[in-house]
Design a protein. Structure first.
Lengths: 357, 357
DNA sequence: TTGTAGGCGTTATCAA
DNA sequence: TTGATAACGCCTACAA
């Protein structure tokens, strides 16, 4: 097993100087060299199966062709399609992606960033912005192109690509309101997560617009898990005036609400309607299939990578500015089996099931 | 925004030669240098916030600290935990992982490998072995440490870390046999996938061991999707002697079987029991919750990375051998709601539901 | 205990 | 049109 051929090997075999070979290999400088010698060189390249050493090139050019993707946890089903979208876009441009999980631990996050910095990544895509995060703006200040995906960092200049959470909440609320619901409660995630905060405020705004109590109950789950969702939903359903609809902050919380309803002997959607958010895989196989808001996860990643690439490419121009503002992608409510008109009395136009109230 | 400090900067500031600084920075050579100067150098390192340039080091040492992870599609729910396991182990050792999706396209796979090779990755973990794959053995022959995860390449020397598919099938079959089933059918994936082939042969062996017809019907779905699973299961359930249990090749196929049963008006598990394989997220939220075989996905990745690291570390020793053979991790059947004794008549000891037969 | 020098494989500038 | 040269930042055998 012999050593990989280098530029020098090719040059020697072709009887030219390494510099000339390098020129032939680069489209931009290719026509500086005689067609004949170029052809000869290309033949040798073929023969020796030469392929440039990206590390050496990186040392010289200060570019690695590497982009870091920093996410909390790949195991969370929202991330795989996002990462896939990122990779799809980066791959087209000849970049590769380094993946890191931080479990939302600020320390691990800071550590990851510094490692990425050492590794000379050309840019960074992060899905980990926690409210008040230090390290991301700092990174950005160091001149590393960085874009956020799926989360944003309010009052920072870091560009972000996001789902339109507020509009999704509007669609959810309008949907259940349209079905006749009036007692609606939001089971949301912890508001230290910007996403959860945005959805919560979207809920409030939508309620207000619908002419309902903008101070409608909002219950905050401790974490974005089905267990915490169940706890929160149990609390919600135990209220004096039991809500007829739960608009959840994400599908996991909605799943928790399913369990809470089951434990209380309530039928979905007969007694209570439930709306999720995210449209994770398999929520259409829940019983009943979950009505939820579909987020274009793949596109989120794809567009984030796109923004980043633009930034990287333009970073050579001194006078170019980093991208401004956030990109908000449209979301879409998908009505399935977990929502229906509220139990009898209130909306007499449809089949009424047990109205325990 | 000033340039990052280099070894030379540190040396100058500390009034020593770069070589000395380098020595201080490496544990192995650290004690070759005077404690006093070392301390001084470390202070400067701190002050200048020096951090080594990994690219330059890589050029010099021929090591990048990068490992490529090549999978078919991150969006397939089995992979995220595997990738996470890989990353967890690699991270401990200071390695990072480059992720690529190939969609099981041999051309993209070959391409990915060649790109990884260019990028000088120290090793490779692949989950993409297709029967008769060319590029993996070739890669291995070039001396790149490579280990397979979740799939193996029979009759090649490439080490693999796998779930014990055959034993999983044994557990599945034993489970339904223990419940009293005799008419059992296997709905498996396409046998060009080594995993599907292994599970199929495991099914046959288990049937034989259970004293049942080892030539029991096996239906091969075109792809590992719920749609193809539904087709295959519909066929299975339409047979002259309708099976009372379907042992599926994976959870997606099992989900297809759920749909097929529903379409035929059959109750699960009243009329037909269904067993999955993989224990994907949320199958416990199916209706009924799916009985399936749990695979230690995270550990699969973790151990694969472990094997790879050992190999990389020992690759310096000329006389060291690449790891031999496959590592087979134990799997565990998780009994949930989709399995029960067969309909009346056959097993009179338990509640009998509609026995259409 | 520390300095010296050469080279890892490229690319970019300058000269011929 | 091509060659020579230096440099990117680091490591390491060898010399001092």
């Amino acid at each position: 097993m012999r050593r990989r051929a280098t530029l020098k090997d090719v040059a020697r075999a072709a009887g030219v100087h390494p510099g000339t070979v390098s020129r032939v290999l680069h489209p931009r400088t290719r026509d500086l060299v005689n067609d004949e010698t170029a052809a000869r060189i290309e033949r040798v390249v073929e023969e020796l199966d030469y392929t440039p050493n990206v590390v050496a090139r990186g040392l010289r050019t200060q570019r690695t062709g590497l982009v870091a993707t920093v996410i909390p946890d790949l195991t969370n089903p929202v991330f795989p399609p996002i990462v896939r979208g990122i990779e799809d876009r980066l791959g087209q441009a000849g970049y590769m992606t380094l993946l890191v999980n931080t479990d939302n631990d600020p320390e691990r996050e800071a550590n990851a960033f510094s490692i990425m910095h050492q590794r000379q990544v050309d840019g960074l895509i992060a899905a980990t912005a926690i409210r008040g995060d230090r390290s991301i703006p700092q990174m950005a200040a160091e001149g590393v192109p960085i874009v956020l995906v799926n989360r944003s960092l309010p009052r920072s200049k870091v560009p972000a690509v996001l789902p339109d959470d507020r509009d999704g909440m509007r669609q959810s609320v309008d949907h259940v309101v349209g079905l006749g619901h009036r007692q609606i409660v939001h089971v949301g995630g912890p508001t230290r997560l910007p996403t959860a905060a945005a959805r919560r405020s979207g809920f409030r705004a939508a309620m207000k617009r619908a002419g309902l109590d903008p101070d409608a109950p909002v219950i905050e789950a401790a974490e974005l898990t089905s267990a915490d969702g169940e706890r929160a939903a149990t609390e919600a359903l135990g209220a004096r005036r039991r809500p007829t609809a739960i608009v959840a902050g994400n599908d996991l919380l909605a799943l928790g609400a399913y369990r809470a309803a089951a434990a209380l002997g309530l039928d979905i959607p007969g007694d209570v309607s439930i709306v999720g958010f995210n449209d994770m895989p398999f929520v259409d196989s829940f019983q009943p299939p979950l009505t939820t808001v579909r987020i274009p996860h793949h596109e989120l990643g794809y567009r984030a990578a796109d923004v980043l690439l633009d930034w990287i490419d333009s970073a050579d121009d001194e006078r170019s500015e980093p991208p401004q503002g956030n990109l908000r992608l449209p979301v879409q409510l998908v009505a399935r089996g977990s929502t229906a008109p509220p139990p009898a009395k209130r909306s007499p136009r449809r089949k009424a099931r047990a109205a325990t109230n």
